[in-house]
Design a protein around this ligand. Structure first.
Ligand SMILES: [Zn+2]
Length: 310
């Protein structure tokens, strides 16, 4: 899937802004009111008018090797030219999140994960699906742009999602110098570790494999759904006491951990939930926008877990 990246409008617009801003200083805004449109004067004076495409380009510019030819980080709704009234960051652009964005008068949602229920947001197979039609109509009717920022935020020099998660866990000082996914702790029990992670990430319940009284020193953190092979390979390479991950396929990593324990390796696994394990990445992005896109309200709205525990 090709990313519709076009740096030219961004550069042109910057030139236009700095040219007009020089003019403002030289002539004063009264003169400009008669020579430029009202929106031009507004953007020159306050510098807070952005299009969806400009915000996307600004983020992409920070990513080494970007723009990527192959990426899932495309617009799922709306277009690059929409003028941004406010931005919402979230894990999923759920119907509930879209409604909250409308209440906030925010017309740009930046979501980490797909909008239409599959990795590529291919909607051809959903053309007659009532849920798909309801959601896409809601977005269209309200002229809301949805951009997925998944590949780019993960590929910042320091993965933005991991940075957000580590900050919220307050684990910065425990990170291993050789691997940013590995943490070395003074020994603590698996029960204490689980309690701390639940409290700091705001997760009511987790699933786990292991002995709650087991002492843990080396922790492997893998937010999101990195896949069975990646998780199992990382366990083999790092030999942690416990691996914390967002999502597992029950028939892959969970079975590997069960067999490792039967073999005598006292390994523990904690499954946080995909949304819970990466939601701090959307908080990180809201912070980034506040700093880099001045004058535009950026709000992080947690998507929350879709699944309940009975
Ligand atoms: Zn992710």
């Amino acid at each position: 899937m090709k990313f519709p990246h076009n740096p030219i409008p961004f550069r042109d617009d910057l030139n236009r802004r700095s040219f007009m801003s020089t003019l403002t200083k030289a002539l004063g805004s009264t003169v400009l009111l008669t020579t430029a449109g009202a929106s031009d004067v507004y953007s020159i004076q306050y510098g807070n008018e952005w299009t969806v495409g400009q915000v996307m380009d600004l983020f992409i510019k920070e990513v080494p090797g970007a723009p990527f030819g192959q990426t899932v980080d495309t617009l799922k709704s709306g277009d690059r030219n929409i003028r941004v009234t406010g931005i919402v960051t979230t894990m999923f652009a759920t119907v509930e999140v879209i409604r909250k964005a409308i209440d906030l008068n925010a017309n740009f949602i930046i979501a980490h994960e797909p909008t239409f229920y599959n990795h590529l947001d291919d909607t051809s197979w959903l053309a007659d699906d009532p849920v798909f039609l309801f959601k896409s109509d809601l977005l269209k009717k309200n002229n809301i742009a949805v951009w997925r920022n998944h590949d780019y935020i993960h590929r910042l020099t320091s993965d933005g999602v991991r940075a957000g998660v580590v900050r919220q866990l307050q684990w910065e000082k425990f990170v291993d110098a050789g691997n940013p996914n590995v943490f070395g702790f003074p020994p603590l029990s698996l029960a204490t570790l689980i309690e701390q992670v639940k409290r700091r990430l705001g997760i009511p319940t987790v699933r786990y494999i292991g002995d709650l009284s087991k002492s843990c020193k080396k922790i492997l953190l893998m937010p999101g759904a990195s896949g069975g092979r990646n998780q199992i390979t990382a366990i083999g390479r790092e030999k942690p006491d416990v691996v914390l991950c967002g999502e597992v396929s029950e028939w892959e990593t969970a079975e590997y951990v069960r067999d490792a324990r039967a073999k005598g390796h006292d390994l523990a696994l904690v499954v946080l939930g995909h949304v819970a394990s990466e939601e701090p990445g959307s908080a990180f992005l809201a912070g980034w926008l506040k700093e880099k896109v001045p004058g535009v309200d950026a709000t992080h709205i947690p998507a929350g877990n879709s699944l309940m525990f009975a």
